[in-house]
Write a protein that binds this ligand. Sequence first.
Ligand code: 8YV
Length: 322
Amino acid sequence: MSENGMTQAGAELAQLVSLGADYDAQLAARWRVLPLFQEDAPEARLKALAPDVRLLVTSARVGVTPDTLQVLPQLQAICSWGVGCDALPLQAARDRRVAVSNTPDVLSECVADMAWGLLLASARQIPAGDRYARSGGWVSQGKFPLTTQVWGKRLGILGMGRIGQAIARRGQGFGMALRYHNRRPRTDLAVGDYEPSLIELARWADFLVVACPGGEQTRHLVDAPVLQALGPKGLLINIARGSVVDESALIPLLQTGALGGAGLDVFEREPGVPADLAVIDRVVLMPHAASGTRETAGKMSQLVVDNLIAWQDRQQLLTPVA
Ligand code: 8YV
């Protein structure tokens, strides 16, 4: 039972996730809220209380199952915290005329910062150097081994959406040559050359950054041939979705040195990192936290609230998923 006593029938807005206390309070001030994230069996609870629920709040990670959609006859809008839509039932929502929003733009710069953090950290071996300095290796074994230059190298980006563009902008500051692969050339942007073949992009690039959407269409797009083309001196950075990279190909190539290294924020089975990956020194790992700054998380939460208000006031979402 939730504290505000709103688990009774009649709730208009169900929350599968909390947006943070300040933002949850904004919701509670406007709607009769069902805070399902406080429940032990949220799906069952939702089913029992579904008749009046018009609005559903979720996140890119938690998503919404098609089954959940089926038990909400009055559902009008799903507002999701996060930009990724791979866990949202977009087709079922379209069929049911349920509107869906995500939180694009507000997170792009922080996600791009993390891509660059991982790129610099893995090229210059910052975590390994940190371990070396802390553990006394510097004193007992001497100078740290040489690492890979970043400035002036070749940056390949897979996915030239808003996040890809933010990553590309940072590349200019590092004097890098830029090429990208995308579903279609971005003739509307001045962002380096379009490369129609992902393998050719990987062959050309020193650093390949994955910044495309997840989901079935991009599943294992970065496979063994692409990783082999990136090669022993190449580094793979992934801040998109674990599903885009075939981890069963990635791990042996890293183990044998056929791929130079990787900086990974996302994994095929989250939460958690494959044990074989966690023991490789030339890999820098983050627990899916690219957008995870206080500033950006707050902006994402406020955008979810603002989408709900826009829907309530004029049946229009501010950032609808296309
Ligand atoms: C989120 C993300 O932190 O926006 C996305 O799609 O992957 C991250 O920014 C997280 O997945 C939201 O649940």
